[in-house]
Design a protein around this ligand. Structure first.
Ligand SMILES: [Zn+2]
Length: 108
């Protein structure tokens, strides 16, 4: 097991776990308790951590994480062309109606 990422946000950790698992990298989240003692102990050690099971995959995992974080920072929320909901940039389809982002169809 090797730690590849730590983030204040459990949402971010969960997203990155999905990214890694979709690439076939087995990973584990530690310190995933929500709220609770975290607010009283402001140390980074209490933040959620993402670990990969196979140390040999840690470099690839880090590269995927960098890529995922970069795309989140670069992205902007998009508006669903079907239902008009605003969707966070890391989602590749509308959370509400599962429509793809504008421009993804007909781009080929
Ligand atoms: Zn929608």
């Amino acid at each position: 097991m090797r730690k590849v990422h730590t983030a204040e946000s459990l949402v971010e950790i969960a997203h990155l776990r999905n990214v890694l698992e979709s690439e076939g990298i087995a990973c584990v989240v530690r310190n995933d308790r929500l709220g609770g003692v975290v607010g009283e102990i402001p140390f980074v050690e209490c933040w959620p951590e993402l670990w990969v099971r196979q140390p040999g995959e840690s470099l690839r995992a880090r590269a995927l994480i960098d890529e995922a974080l970069q795309s989140v920072e670069d992205g902007e929320p998009w508006t669903c062309p079907r239902c008009g909901e605003e969707v966070e940039p890391q989602f590749s389809q509308c959370w509400n109606c599962a429509a793809p982002p504008p421009g993804s169809e007909g781009a080929r």
